[in-house]
Design a protein around this ligand. Structure first.
Ligand code: ADP
Length: 476
């Protein structure tokens, strides 16, 4: 079963040349053929969003609530089918795919409520006879550029707040996952999205980016993806004076202290480093372990890691799905080689064959690594983690913070004092105590520091900082 889908602009289907979308678990399976927009089509999408903006931005919060709430309901009702599509297109296991779909549904439900909670402030003026009112208005036309690794949840956490607060949207999903992008659009249409409120253009970011970001009609750009692209987009938006929000990479540490519960620490490492094939910006890619627990931790981790079943994402026995595509697959293998070249000792990391041809990679652990090695400084974005042995908690903290990124950071300890110290001193947007660095709630802010993030936080009530603009009115 394979579909052919056009772009979606102003409520109309707009066809252009298509490219095939391949299942990473089975390269003989084509998920669909998806249109590749050109810059004319991208401009049409921006015009459609601009045309729809006046009516949508003034629509009653009830109208916006209803659209988002219905969207959330439909997503949750179809979690099985959507989860299967996600697993087939991106390579997450079915259980992970369904989990992501549920999260997307919950996000739409949460932001449905946020549409009703768009409050302001009234304060007394310092001048007699004057009232001061602080209110929020939609940011305007939002261009949302998303990556492949959470192809339903990330679009959901950008589209839902954008629409909740009265913005209109041009959405460009990643080249690898247009099918999941379309699945969301289908549901938004069914839920009653008016023409032009949400527009979908597919294709290469490098071809469409300048038009999408450069158009004077686009007011705000929200991006999730690589550091290189995010930096470029942020710089361009600064030049043009546009609102911008970028979520980029991570090199997230999981610190395991001598007093950690071994089982908790190993479970956090397995989950954080390898689940979702390590393709999470919050993945634990550096396991920083103190002397006293090092041998026990590495031995237990290795045993659990070797038992993980790698295979076809839709096989119920699979625990680790394939890598998303050939480029990422090669990049992972290159980094494994780079790590070994730098002196690391490799465990795992084989490329097994399965019944179908796919991008299968066994989880890989790089032992005996030093903090300054490339594999400990650059984001790999695959099922590859390195272990760094340190003498004590002080050294662990120093190493944990010694990278350009600061998205998520974890510590495993049974000491309240250590937990408090690491919570305070880890330089990261999110800190996890006795939990994997990946796996977050849908109703609280998400984001990082340093090179990981730029601009206001996403998700939860904090999302309004990006998707609304404050107006201060003086009434005499
Ligand atoms: P990855 O390496 O994970 O594919 P990218 O940053 O290249 O990360 O891609 C994330 C998203 O950004 C995708 O939707 C991609 O099409 C888009 N993109 C890539 N290059 C650009 C660009 N120059 N301008 C705008 N968007 C881009």
């Amino acid at each position: 079963m394979s579909e052919t889908r056009p772009n979606f602009i102003g409520g109309e289907q707009v066809m252009s040349e298509t490219v095939p979308d391949i299942n990473p678990s089975d390269l003989s399976d084509t998920v669909g053929h998806y249109a590749q927009a050109d810059i004319t089509i991208a401009s049409q999408a921006i015009d459609a969003a601009a045309q729809a903006f006046p009516a949508w931005s003034r629509a009653s919060p009830q109208v916006r609530f209803d659209l988002l709430d219905r969207t959330g309901t439909l997503i949750l009702e179809r979690k099985q089918v959507l989860g299967e599509l996600l697993a087939r297109e991106e390579g997450k296991t079915l259980a992970e795919g369904i989990g992501e779909v549920i999260r997307a549904g919950q996000i739409f439900k949460f932001f449905a409520g946020e549409a009703l909670r768009m409050t302001g402030d009234i304060v007394q003026s310092v001048r007699p006879g004057v009232d001061v009112e602080i209110s929020r208005e939609p940011a305007g036309i939002c261009c949302l550029i998303t990556p492949w690794n959470f192809p339903i949840a990330i679009p959901a956490w950008k589209i839902a707040p954008a629409l909740a607060f009265g913005n209109t949207v041009v959405f460009k999903p990643a080249e690898q996952t247009p099918g999941c992008g379309w699945a969301l659009i289908d549901i938004l249409i069914e839920a009653g999205a008016p023409p032009g409120v949400i527009n979908l253009v597919m294709g290469k970011g490098s071809d469409l980016g300048d038009t999408l970001i450069g158009s004077p009609k686009v007011d705000a750009v929200s991006f999730t993806g690589s550091l290189h692209t995010g930096r470029r987009i942020a710089a361009r938006c600064a030049e043009l004076g546009k609102r911008v929000q970028c979520e980029m990479g991570g090199k997230n540490p999981l610190v395991v202290l001598d007093d950690a519960d071994l089982n908790v620490a190993v479970s956090a490492a397995i989950n954080g480093a390898f689940f979702s094939t390590g393709q999470r910006c919050t993945a634990s890619s550096r396991l920083i372990v103190t002397e006293g627990i090092y041998d026990a931790f590495v031995s237990a981790l290795t045993t659990r890691m070797r038992a993980l079943r790698v295979g076809h994402a839709l096989d119920p026995a699979t625990e680790i799905g394939p890598v998303v595509d050939e480029r990422q697959f090669r990049q992972n293998l290159d980094y494994i080689e780079i790590g070994q070249g730098e002196g690391a000792r490799l465990i795992g990391g084989d490329t097994p064959t399965r019944d179908t041809r796919g991008f299968f990679l066994e989880p890989a652990l790089l032992l005996d690594t030093l903090p300054d090695m490339r594999v400990n400084q650059e984001e790999i974005f695959g099922p590859v983690a390195s272990v760094i042995r340190v003498s004590d908690a002080d050294a662990a903290l120093e190493v944990a913070n010694a990278v350009p990124f600061g998205l998520s950071a974890g510590v495993c300890t049974t000491s309240l004092a250590s937990a408090r110290r690491f919570r305070r001193d880890l330089v990261a947007g999110m800190v996890m105590v006795n939990l994997p660095t990946a796996g977050v709630d849908y109703h609280v802010p998400f984001g990082g520091r340093r090179a990981s993030s730029f601009g206001p936080r996403e998700q939860g009530s904090y999302a309004r900082e990006f998707y609304t603009i404050v107006k201060t009115s003086y009434i005499g």
